[in-house]
Design a protein around this ligand. Structure first.
Ligand code: ADP
Ligand code: MG
Length: 219
Protein backbone atom coordinates (compact mmCIF):
# COMPACT_ATOMS: atom_id res chain seq x y z
CA UNK A 1 0.00 0.00 0.00
CA UNK A 2 1.18 3.50 -0.73
CA UNK A 3 1.40 4.59 2.89
CA UNK A 4 3.54 1.70 4.05
CA UNK A 5 5.82 1.85 1.01
CA UNK A 6 6.41 5.56 1.54
CA UNK A 7 7.14 4.81 5.18
CA UNK A 8 9.72 2.22 4.16
CA UNK A 9 11.22 4.58 1.59
CA UNK A 10 11.58 7.30 4.19
CA UNK A 11 13.64 4.93 6.36
CA UNK A 12 16.32 4.42 3.70
CA UNK A 13 19.77 5.83 4.56
CA UNK A 14 19.92 7.20 1.02
CA UNK A 15 17.29 9.79 1.95
CA UNK A 16 19.91 11.42 4.19
CA UNK A 17 22.55 13.79 2.96
CA UNK A 18 25.46 11.47 3.81
CA UNK A 19 28.91 11.26 2.23
CA UNK A 20 28.74 8.68 -0.62
CA UNK A 21 31.42 6.52 1.04
CA UNK A 22 29.23 6.20 4.12
CA UNK A 23 26.26 5.06 2.05
CA UNK A 24 28.46 2.49 0.29
CA UNK A 25 29.73 1.16 3.61
CA UNK A 26 26.20 0.85 4.97
CA UNK A 27 25.34 -1.31 1.97
CA UNK A 28 28.42 -3.47 2.56
CA UNK A 29 27.43 -3.80 6.22
CA UNK A 30 23.93 -4.93 5.13
CA UNK A 31 22.31 -2.03 6.98
CA UNK A 32 19.36 -1.86 4.60
CA UNK A 33 17.20 0.65 6.39
CA UNK A 34 17.38 2.88 9.44
CA UNK A 35 16.29 1.70 12.84
CA UNK A 36 13.74 3.96 14.48
CA UNK A 37 16.24 5.83 16.64
CA UNK A 38 18.46 6.37 13.59
CA UNK A 39 15.52 7.63 11.51
CA UNK A 40 14.49 10.08 14.21
CA UNK A 41 17.88 11.26 15.44
CA UNK A 42 19.93 11.47 12.23
CA UNK A 43 18.06 14.40 10.62
CA UNK A 44 18.64 16.74 13.60
CA UNK A 45 22.18 15.38 14.13
CA UNK A 46 23.07 16.06 10.48
CA UNK A 47 21.48 19.51 10.78
CA UNK A 48 23.97 20.27 13.55
CA UNK A 49 21.57 20.23 16.49
CA UNK A 50 22.34 18.92 19.94
CA UNK A 51 20.42 15.67 20.37
CA UNK A 52 19.41 13.53 23.33
CA UNK A 53 18.66 10.00 22.19
CA UNK A 54 16.92 7.62 24.51
CA UNK A 55 16.56 4.05 23.36
CA UNK A 56 16.98 0.50 24.59
CA UNK A 57 20.09 -1.59 24.09
CA UNK A 58 20.18 -2.88 20.54
CA UNK A 59 18.30 0.03 18.99
CA UNK A 60 21.27 1.08 16.84
CA UNK A 61 22.50 4.14 18.72
CA UNK A 62 26.14 3.64 17.71
CA UNK A 63 25.49 4.07 13.99
CA UNK A 64 23.22 7.05 14.75
CA UNK A 65 26.04 9.06 16.32
CA UNK A 66 28.75 7.31 14.27
CA UNK A 67 27.25 8.46 10.98
CA UNK A 68 26.66 11.91 12.42
CA UNK A 69 30.24 12.39 13.54
CA UNK A 70 31.77 10.87 10.39
CA UNK A 71 29.63 12.99 8.12
CA UNK A 72 30.75 16.11 9.96
CA UNK A 73 34.44 15.21 10.10
CA UNK A 74 36.89 17.14 7.91
CA UNK A 75 39.41 14.45 7.03
CA UNK A 76 42.00 16.90 5.76
CA UNK A 77 42.18 18.65 9.15
CA UNK A 78 44.32 16.32 11.21
CA UNK A 79 43.07 17.44 14.61
CA UNK A 80 40.97 15.76 17.28
CA UNK A 81 37.53 16.85 16.09
CA UNK A 82 35.39 14.26 17.83
CA UNK A 83 35.40 12.89 21.36
CA UNK A 84 33.20 9.92 22.26
CA UNK A 85 32.96 9.00 25.95
CA UNK A 86 31.84 5.51 26.99
CA UNK A 87 31.48 3.90 30.42
CA UNK A 88 33.74 0.87 29.87
CA UNK A 89 36.63 -0.30 27.74
CA UNK A 90 34.48 -3.03 26.18
CA UNK A 91 31.91 -0.49 25.01
CA UNK A 92 34.58 1.92 23.79
CA UNK A 93 36.18 -0.89 21.77
CA UNK A 94 32.80 -1.80 20.23
CA UNK A 95 32.07 1.82 19.37
CA UNK A 96 35.52 2.36 17.83
CA UNK A 97 35.09 -0.82 15.79
CA UNK A 98 31.73 0.30 14.42
CA UNK A 99 33.07 3.77 13.59
CA UNK A 100 36.04 2.22 11.76
CA UNK A 101 33.71 -0.05 9.77
CA UNK A 102 31.44 2.87 8.87
CA UNK A 103 34.53 4.89 7.85
CA UNK A 104 36.16 2.22 5.72
CA UNK A 105 37.60 3.61 2.51
CA UNK A 106 37.37 7.22 3.65
CA UNK A 107 40.95 8.30 3.25
CA UNK A 108 43.03 8.04 6.41
CA UNK A 109 40.46 8.62 9.12
CA UNK A 110 42.22 7.91 12.37
CA UNK A 111 40.23 6.59 15.33
CA UNK A 112 42.10 6.18 18.62
CA UNK A 113 40.78 4.45 21.74
CA UNK A 114 41.94 5.70 25.14
CA UNK A 115 40.80 3.37 27.90
CA UNK A 116 41.97 2.23 31.28
CA UNK A 117 43.26 -1.29 31.80
CA UNK A 118 45.78 -1.04 28.98
CA UNK A 119 49.39 0.13 29.27
CA UNK A 120 50.04 3.87 29.08
CA UNK A 121 53.18 3.67 26.93
CA UNK A 122 51.65 2.66 23.59
CA UNK A 123 48.72 5.05 24.17
CA UNK A 124 51.11 7.95 24.62
CA UNK A 125 52.91 6.94 21.43
CA UNK A 126 49.62 6.78 19.49
CA UNK A 127 48.55 10.15 20.85
CA UNK A 128 51.77 11.71 19.62
CA UNK A 129 50.88 10.51 16.12
CA UNK A 130 47.52 12.29 16.30
CA UNK A 131 43.92 11.30 15.56
CA UNK A 132 40.66 12.66 14.18
CA UNK A 133 38.43 10.77 16.60
CA UNK A 134 39.02 9.72 20.20
CA UNK A 135 36.84 7.06 21.81
CA UNK A 136 37.55 6.51 25.47
CA UNK A 137 36.59 6.10 29.07
CA UNK A 138 36.48 9.15 31.37
CA UNK A 139 39.21 8.07 33.80
CA UNK A 140 41.89 7.48 31.19
CA UNK A 141 40.94 10.62 29.25
CA UNK A 142 41.43 12.62 32.48
CA UNK A 143 44.83 10.98 33.02
CA UNK A 144 45.98 12.18 29.59
CA UNK A 145 44.47 15.64 30.04
CA UNK A 146 46.16 16.06 33.44
CA UNK A 147 49.51 15.33 31.83
CA UNK A 148 48.88 17.72 28.91
CA UNK A 149 48.99 14.93 26.38
CA UNK A 150 45.56 15.51 24.93
CA UNK A 151 44.38 18.66 23.17
CA UNK A 152 40.59 18.92 23.02
CA UNK A 153 40.55 22.54 21.82
CA UNK A 154 39.51 21.54 18.26
CA UNK A 155 36.66 19.25 19.25
CA UNK A 156 33.45 20.22 17.46
CA UNK A 157 31.50 17.05 18.25
CA UNK A 158 31.15 15.53 21.71
CA UNK A 159 29.26 12.27 22.25
CA UNK A 160 28.26 10.83 25.61
CA UNK A 161 27.31 7.21 25.01
CA UNK A 162 25.46 5.33 27.76
CA UNK A 163 25.42 8.51 29.81
CA UNK A 164 23.25 6.93 32.51
CA UNK A 165 25.84 4.21 33.10
CA UNK A 166 28.68 6.70 33.22
CA UNK A 167 26.85 8.63 35.94
CA UNK A 168 25.98 5.43 37.84
CA UNK A 169 29.68 4.58 37.81
CA UNK A 170 30.48 7.90 39.47
CA UNK A 171 32.02 9.67 36.47
CA UNK A 172 30.11 12.95 36.92
CA UNK A 173 33.15 14.97 38.04
CA UNK A 174 35.37 13.48 35.38
CA UNK A 175 32.77 14.28 32.72
CA UNK A 176 32.52 17.89 33.87
CA UNK A 177 36.29 18.29 33.86
CA UNK A 178 36.62 16.79 30.37
CA UNK A 179 33.77 18.79 28.87
CA UNK A 180 35.29 21.98 30.27
CA UNK A 181 38.31 21.37 28.03
CA UNK A 182 36.22 21.32 24.84
CA UNK A 183 35.07 24.45 22.98
CA UNK A 184 31.64 25.90 23.75
CA UNK A 185 30.71 26.04 20.08
CA UNK A 186 30.51 22.30 19.69
CA UNK A 187 27.71 19.90 18.84
CA UNK A 188 26.82 17.60 21.74
CA UNK A 189 25.02 14.26 21.48
CA UNK A 190 23.89 12.34 24.54
CA UNK A 191 22.67 8.76 24.36
CA UNK A 192 21.17 6.88 27.26
CA UNK A 193 18.87 3.96 27.93
CA UNK A 194 17.18 5.81 30.81
CA UNK A 195 16.66 9.46 31.62
CA UNK A 196 16.99 10.07 35.37
CA UNK A 197 17.19 13.54 37.00
CA UNK A 198 20.98 13.50 36.99
CA UNK A 199 20.99 13.19 33.19
CA UNK A 200 18.46 15.99 32.84
CA UNK A 201 20.64 18.25 34.89
CA UNK A 202 23.85 17.43 33.00
CA UNK A 203 22.01 17.93 29.71
CA UNK A 204 20.85 21.36 30.85
CA UNK A 205 24.41 22.33 31.66
CA UNK A 206 26.23 21.01 28.61
CA UNK A 207 23.70 21.10 25.76
CA UNK A 208 22.12 23.88 23.72
CA UNK A 209 18.40 23.52 22.91
CA UNK A 210 18.66 19.73 22.56
CA UNK A 211 16.24 17.84 20.35
CA UNK A 212 14.79 14.93 22.34
CA UNK A 213 14.35 11.60 20.59
CA UNK A 214 12.77 8.78 22.54
CA UNK A 215 12.21 5.41 20.99
CA UNK A 216 10.68 2.29 22.51
CA UNK A 217 11.32 -0.30 19.84
CA UNK A 218 14.71 -1.75 18.88
CA UNK A 219 13.97 -1.85 15.12
P1 ADP B 1 22.71 0.25 20.97
O1 ADP B 1 23.95 1.08 21.11
O2 ADP B 1 21.48 1.08 20.79
O3 ADP B 1 22.56 -0.76 22.06
P2 ADP B 1 24.06 -0.87 18.69
O4 ADP B 1 24.48 0.39 18.05
O5 ADP B 1 25.09 -1.63 19.44
O6 ADP B 1 22.81 -0.59 19.65
O7 ADP B 1 23.38 -1.77 17.57
C1 ADP B 1 22.85 -3.05 17.86
C2 ADP B 1 23.06 -4.00 16.68
O8 ADP B 1 22.27 -3.57 15.58
C3 ADP B 1 24.49 -4.05 16.21
O9 ADP B 1 24.83 -5.40 15.95
C4 ADP B 1 24.48 -3.26 14.91
O10 ADP B 1 25.46 -3.75 14.00
C5 ADP B 1 23.07 -3.49 14.40
N1 ADP B 1 22.52 -2.37 13.59
C6 ADP B 1 22.50 -1.06 13.92
N2 ADP B 1 21.88 -0.33 12.99
C7 ADP B 1 21.45 -1.18 12.04
C8 ADP B 1 20.71 -1.03 10.81
N3 ADP B 1 20.29 0.15 10.40
N4 ADP B 1 20.45 -2.15 10.10
C9 ADP B 1 20.89 -3.38 10.53
N5 ADP B 1 21.58 -3.58 11.67
C10 ADP B 1 21.85 -2.51 12.43
MG1 MG C 1 25.33 1.38 22.59
Amino acid sequence: MSQSSSQIASQAFSTLNLKPELLENLTTMCYESMTQIQAESLPPILAGDDVIGQGKTGSGKTAAFGLGLLNKLEVKRFRIQTLVLCPTRELADQVAKEIRTLARGIHNIKVLTLCGGVPMGPQIGSLEHGAHIIVGTPGRIIDHLDRNRLDLSHVNMLVLDEADRMLEMGFQEHLDAIIEQTPHERQTLLFSATFPEQIKSIAERIMYKPVMVKVESTH
